[in-house]
Design a protein around this ligand. Structure first.
Ligand code: DAV
Length: 385
């Protein structure tokens, strides 16, 4: 069928066979873990970002002290001065990465204010600041994750120009089933529970998202070659994890981790894989399966205390973004210039620190790891366990 289609094309259009020839043998997308030498990375944007609706999914994730902010500002641009400072910080991050010889790509700052309506819900958008949430890179494949927040339903539009380009150059491109996001995906009452009660229900298998349909954010997964770790969070359900497990097949092992965390959303301020044999953990969010790493001979290091000032507006995310670092290779880490204890911790571990300030960028819910998605790292698929 392919050659028939090709033969009907205009002579100026490449035939299917020629298209295949043009595809590079090596994909521009190739990343199997969190630590091999970084060659190309997508860095998010907060330009045109909009405060998401004050919805149940937001309440269950954002600290209660910011609820008034969200109630008052939903659907509007985030505070201008703060956003300008965040933009400047992220520009500096891009400059540093470029100086390190890493190719930096950016999503399109599309309009997020427009209201959209599907048969199941309506919403306004949010931003394209956190590529780590939406783009899951497994080897040569880009997976556009079916995220659970209604305000993020159309976020993929900001990345489509980039993804099409990567596909044309040889990458594999997958979009898992899009969730309907009807009310059936959410246990709304979970947002009103105390942290204790929410944690209890979480460990008993009842969460903010139901098992109505698959949903997952890329940032709930961390990759160690053939072993991929994931948590069941407010935005990633078991249905979604099963989808990923079956999709990736026998070549990969998906391991489900559980943590003591009343608001689990994204694993990368809870457990971070630094390099083969070294896992960084959040001392306040115990991991119930940490023996898996111990038995494999890995060193488990508790991250240093964060220095984020209590009065700094962290609308999304927590002070633990201090451990949300980006490995440039086995021996170099990008870390917040303000987080001295974390810097000293890495230096003691023999890992050189590349420093930049992300305080204002942190306010939108992410550190270096969240704000980026590695497109290409050197190295191949390996087993580390
Ligand atoms: O745990 O502070 C970090 C992940 C955001 N993408 C937290 C949230």
């Amino acid at each position: 069928a392919v050659s028939q289609v090709g033969s009907r094309l205009e002579s100026t259009t490449p035939t299917a066979f020629q298209v295949k020839e043009q595809v590079a043998k090596t994909s521009p997308v190739s990343s199997y873990n969190e630590w091999d030498r970084l060659e190309e990375v997508v860095v998010g944007r907060v330009e045109n970002a909009v405060v998401p609706p004050f919805s149940p999914e937001l309440k269950v994730s954002a600290n209660e002290k910011h609820w008034d902010f969200f109630r008052d500002n939903q659907g509007r641009p985030w505070p201008k001065e703060h956003t300008e400072k965040a933009i400047a910080e992220v520009e500096e991050v891009c400059n540093i990465l470029t100086q390190e010889g890493i190719v930096v790509r950016r999503p399109d700052a599309i309009d997020f204010t427009e209201e959209y309506k599907t048969p199941d819900f309506s919403s306004t958008g949010m931003y394209c600041a956190m590529p780590r949430d939406i783009l899951l890179i497994v080897g040569e494949e880009i997976i556009e994750c079916p995220m659970a927040w209604r305000s993020r339903f159309f976020e993929y539009r900001a990345y489509r120009e980039l993804i099409k380009e990567y596909f044309k150059a040889g990458a594999k491109w997958t979009t898992p089933p899009k969730p309907l996001m009807s009310d059936k995906l959410y246990n709304e009452d979970v947002m009103d529970l105390s942290d204790e009660e929410r944690s209890l229900q979480h460990h008993q298998g009842r969460h903010f998202t139901t098992e109505f349909e698959p949903c997952f954010d890329a940032a709930d997964f961390v990759r160690a070659g053939k072993d991929i770790f994931v948590q069941r969070s407010q935005v990633t359900n078991i249905f979604g994890i099963d989808w990923m497990d079956r999709h990736l097949g026998d070549e990969y092992n998906i391991h489900l981790l559980t943590f003591d965390d009343p608001r689990p959303m994204h694993i990368d301020a809870t457990l971070m894989l630094i390099r083969p044999g070294l896992v960084l953990v959040n001392p306040c969010r115990g991991c119930q399966q940490i023996d898996f790493f111990k038995k494999a001979g890995w060193d488990i290091v508790e991250t240093a205390s964060p220095l984020m000032p209590a009065d700094h507006p962290l609308w999304l995310g927590s002070q633990w973004l201090s451990m949300n670092v980006l490995m440039l290779d086995h021996d170099r880490v990008m870390v917040d210039a303000n987080e001295l204890p974390t810097i000293q911790m890495f230096e003691k571990l023999g890992i050189k620190t590349v420093k930049a300030s992300m305080r204002y960028a942190n306010s939108y819910g992410g550190g270096f790891h969240c704000w980026t998605s590695d497109i290409r790292r050197s190295g191949t698929l390996q087993s580390y366990f």
